[in-house]
Design a protein around this ligand. Structure first.
Ligand SMILES: *Cc1c(COP(=O)(O)O)cnc(C)c1O
Length: 670
């Protein structure tokens, strides 16, 4: 979606703007980050975190490959095919109700819509039923002459001579709506039209990316785990990838079996009675779960229950979702150990007892701690008439060991793109199904076309009945191949790996929170705030310096500003965990050099990170540390060096340049 300048700060999702680095090189960067939920919380304009980014990238690449001329040609072909179809159908005695059309027509069938069914079945074609009299047909650029002939046969127009058909004006784009201005004038849409060019362009982009193909990505709360090839493979099968979400159910029996089994497995894993696969991401699961809770309260005459208790430690999507669901957020404090302050919760639950709708709680908490008071928290909220929403993003620390349904939650979402292996680097697509206890099952999302959901359904939350169904085979394969023992072992391993890293890194940095046992859950927070005073070093400096060592930074400044949150998952070898720990320790030594005054606070490997190939190979080098230290901080970095594409980025400049202007072609040819 696009908007005018005036509304830019209200746009949901991610806006990639143009910035520059310290050397003046152009860099693309996510702009206006301060309007995101993690900062704005209940004042955020959107709760969207994981989105459909990969799909947007595919669409962008389609534009890059075809360019404006290619797209126009494709559009002409689609429109011409639609006009031919309309003329043929009309010639066979049906009424084409659409006169202004691009690719879609509505046909009033002379013998009624049902009269086409036998021929549709014979040709293997599904038409969209509109009502008893009418059907809808949409063509796209994949339509062949053979497809057109088959469609014409369905409408009894088989005699039509395709070459001789007079389709002029059969359907048309109204003159006033035709585009005359130029579009897609950026050079990128004019440079990569051959397959070789396109391949190299995509590869060059890929080369700028530190991904799981290079090293572990320890993004706390994001659970960046292995996306196994055998899990991913079925996504490419046409039986999954080429099915329209609204095909008649008898054509989608494989999908139906997969949905049924997956729902049963997820219900078993979470300890709930019913599961909806409709939400497309965790935050959409939050919204859906809260709408279900709201509908439940209303069904009992409790329409005034609209208060949602949310601890300060919550993920930013929680308060944003609560507001979207029409609730009022009341913040609950945390104690010094990072746990929910149970007394504060009890007080606020009592104070708002008449209006209490829900609590949103994350377990283990985003502080990386199994809070021992979790059952008590659930009981307190229930005693005051509220429902418990459990943010299940940290399910990777629970699968097989404990179940939200058992310790008192009423509804929880799962991030299948975290715990259940759907890849989400770059931001999606994801899947955020919710599980609910039996008294909420009747309110689960429904759908106007496909008959699903409870009797008192809240209605649909996604356009498709099962969300991003085509990526569900990944989670299905993961669960099927791991089995209950394997899944439980994975959870144990994830917790073990986090504790191993917390132990090693904890000998060099403060670890912010630990549980009652002195251990962490599946993730932990490294506190970098003390180095501001001792060395002028901030979390961003450490995050950027990690790039020089070939690592993607862990989650920064969430849920606590000035910290890094590390989550290793079960997928990494001990050697890889050690590589990351060794890097953090090497960086700590660099900080110590600054603390000891051997390196200046404003000119050291951290402040100047990341170091590009340009900087390190330039004829002049006037820093008080060596080029070798800048680029190859540890011996193994040499073997796997990833050169950062740009140096330190100017954040403020980026926020003022939200879209790229289109430089003239000559700028690129130069
Ligand atoms: C990732 C995450 C969410 C949001 O999930 P999305 O799939 O990104 O919408 C919510 N809560 C926590 C704790 C998370 O880590």
């Amino acid at each position: 979606m696009a908007t005018t300048e005036g509304h830019k700060r209200h746009l949901p999702g991610r806006v990639i703007g143009v910035s520059k680095d310290v050397h003046g090189a152009v860099a693309l960067r996510m702009a206006m980050q301060t309007r995101e939920q993690h900062i704005r919380r209940e004042r955020a304009t959107s709760n969207i975190c994981t989105a459909q980014v990969l799909l947007a990238v595919i669409a962008g690449a389609y534009g890059v490959y075809h360019g404006p001329q290619g797209l126009t040609q494709i559009a002409r072909r689609v429109h011409t095919a639609t006009a031919v179809l309309a003329a043929g159908v009309r010639g066979a005695g049906h009424e084409v109700e659409t006169s202004a059309a691009f690719d879609t027509i509505a046909v009033k069938v002379s013998g009624g819509a049902a009269s086409l069914q036998a021929r549709c079945d014979a040709e293997g074609i599904n038409l969209r039923p509109i009502d008893d009299a009418r059907v809808g047909v949409t063509l796209d650029e994949t339509v062949t002459t053979e497809d057109l002939r088959a469609l014409l046969r369905v409408f009894g127009a088989e005699g039509v001579d395709l070459d001789g058909i007079d389709f002029e004006g059969a359907v048309a784009i109204p003159k006033g709506l035709e585009r005359s201005s130029e579009f897609m004038t950026h050079p990128v849409f004019h440079q990569h039209h051959g397959e070789h060019e396109m391949l190299r362009y995509l590869k060059r982009l890929e080369n700028k990316d530190i991904s799981l193909t290079h090293s572990m990505i320890a993004l706390g709360s994001c659970t960046m785990k292995l996306n196994a090839t055998s899990e991913m493979d079925p996504v490419t099968w046409p039986e999954f990838g080429k099915l329209h979400p609204f095909v008649p159910l008898e054509q989608a029996q494989g999908y139906t079996a997969m949905f049924d089994r997956l729902e049963a497995w997820l219900a078993d894993i979470t300890g709930f009675d019913a599961v909806s696969l409709q939400p497309n991401a965790g935050a959409q699961g939050e919204y859906t779960g809260l709408m279900v809770i709201r509908a439940y309260h209303r069904s009992r005459g409790d329409a005034e229950r609209n208060i949602c208790l949310i601890p300060v430690s919550a993920h930013g999507t929680n308060p944003a979702s609560a507001v979207m669901a029409g609730m009022k957020v009341v913040v609950v404090a945390c104690d010094d150990a990072g746990n929910i302050d149970v007394n504060d919760l009890r007080e606020k639950a009592a104070k708002h007892a008449d209006k209490l709708a829900a609590v949103m709680v994350t377990y283990p908490s985003t502080h990386g701690v199994f809070e021992t008071s979790i059952s008590e928290i659930c009981t307190i909220v229930h005693d005051h008439g509220g429902q418990v929403y459990l943010d299940g993003a940290n399910m990777n620390a629970q699968v097989g060991l404990c179940r939200p349904g058992d310790y008192g939650a009423d509804v929880c979402h799962l991030n299948l793109h975290k715990t259940f292996c759907i890849p989400h680097g770059g931001g999606g697509p994801g899947m955020g199904p919710i599980g609910v206890v039996s008294h909420l099952a009747g309110f689960l999302p429904g759908h106007p076309v496909v008959d699903i959901g409870g009797e008192q359904s809240i209605g649909p939350v996604s356009a498709a009945p099962y969300g991003s169904a085509s990526i569900l085979p990944i989670s299905y394969m993961y669960i099927a191949m791991m089995g209950s023992e394997g899944l439980t072992e994975a959870t144990r391993h994830a917790i073990l790996c986090a504790n191993y890293m917390a132990k090693r890194i904890g000998e060099h940095y403060p670890i912010l929170y630990r549980g009652a046992s002195g251990r962490v859950a599946h993730e932990f927070i490294v506190d970098l705030r003390p180095f501001k005073a001792t060395a002028g070093i901030e979390a961003e400096d450490v995050a950027k310096r990690l790039m020089d060592y070939g690592f993607h930074a862990p989650t920064m400044s969430f849920p606590v500003a000035g910290t890094l949150m590390i989550e290793p998952t079960e997928s990494e070898s001990k050697a890889e965990l050690d590589r990351f720990c060794d890097t953090m320790i090497a960086i700590r030594k660099e900080i110590a050099e600054v603390e000891a005054g051997r390196l200046p606070k404003d000119d050291n490997p951290l402040k100047n990170a990341p170091h590009t190939a340009n900087t390190v190979t330039a004829d002049s080098w006037d820093h008080p540390y060596s080029r070798e230290q800048a680029a190859f901080g540890l011996p193994w970095v040499r073997d796997a060096k990833i050169w950062p594409a740009v140096g330190r980025i100017d954040n403020a400049y980026g926020d003022r340049h939200l879209i790229c202007s289109c430089p003239p072609m000559e700028a690129y040819e130069g």
